[in-house]
Design a protein around this ligand. Structure first.
Ligand SMILES: [Zn+2]
Length: 135
């Protein structure tokens, strides 16, 4: 069994680490955790699309959402990722610099698409965000 307060493994009725009283069994704890997640999160599909261009076509951009790498975005490709409601930071890691695009997912948002293309920077192609579409 694990403490509902601090997450440490508990032997007996009280957590040895923080003193919280532990009730119920492991199965009930798992069920209640799942219910909380269902009630608070709604996933919206984020699509990051790179328009096909001849310029800088060989260079892929690594795309991160809230610090998590969601994939490598090649010329004319798309990546998809599930995001929750709220603000998220989409980062295109380019050779020269990071291009950051903030998105804001509302309760009425069904999907988000960030459209970019490669433009020439000083030494290499850089992602340029053309538009953010909220559906
Ligand atoms: Zn504890």
């Amino acid at each position: 069994m694990f403490c509902s307060n601090c997450g440490k493994e508990v032997k007996g009725n009280f957590c040895g680490a923080c003193g919280t009283k532990v009730v119920g069994n492991t199965v009930q704890e798992e069920n209640s955790t799942i219910k909380v997640e269902e009630g608070t999160s709604r996933n919206v599909v984020l699509t990051v699309t790179r328009t096909k261009k001849i310029l800088g076509f060989a260079i892929s951009f690594s795309v991160y959402v809230d610090g998590v790498q969601i994939g490598s975005l090649g010329n004319g490709k798309s990546l998809t990722y599930n995001v929750s409601e709220g603000n998220h930071k989409v980062v295109f890691k380019c050779v020269e610099k990071d291009v950051i695009q903030e998105i804001n997912v509302l309760s009425t948002t069904n999907s988000v698409e960030v459209v970019c293309h490669a433009k020439m920077g000083l030494v290499a192609a850089v992602a340029n965000v053309d538009e953010v579409k909220y559906n």
